[in-house]
Design a protein around this ligand. Structure first.
Ligand SMILES: [Ca+2]
Length: 102
């Protein structure tokens, strides 16, 4: 994916899936330009279908993370913001649907 300003990735569940309660994102790799305030190069995760939903976190720099975010909404949205100088290797994430615990 090439991205010069903003990219959005939205993952939503199928309407007929009823036994799924969690959308779980896990970063395997994460290497973006390092900034103190994560202002121009970051990944932000939202608890819903777009960027107006509650933010579950904004990430930048180089960090090792396990579970990043879980959403109980209909989906999860990921915003990737970059600028035109200094690039890291990027990021790799795993998306999972987790069954509802009864
Ligand atoms: Ca940059």
């Amino acid at each position: 994916m090439t991205c010069l300003s903003y990219c959005y990735l939205v993952i939503s569940k199928y309407e007929n899936v009823t036994n799924i309660s969690l959308h779980r994102l896990t970063f395997q790799e994460f290497d973006l330009e390092k900034e103190d305030d994560c202002a121009y190069n970051y990944v932000e995760v939202y608890d819903g279908l777009d960027h107006t939903s509650l933010s579950l976190g904004r990430f930048c720099g180089n960090q090792t993370m396990q579970e990043v975010a879980t959403s109980t909404q209909d989906g999860i949205a990921i915003k990737f913001r970059t600028d035109d100088h200094i690039a890291g290797k990027g990021f790799e994430l795993v998306y999972e649907l987790v069954e509802k615990n009864i």
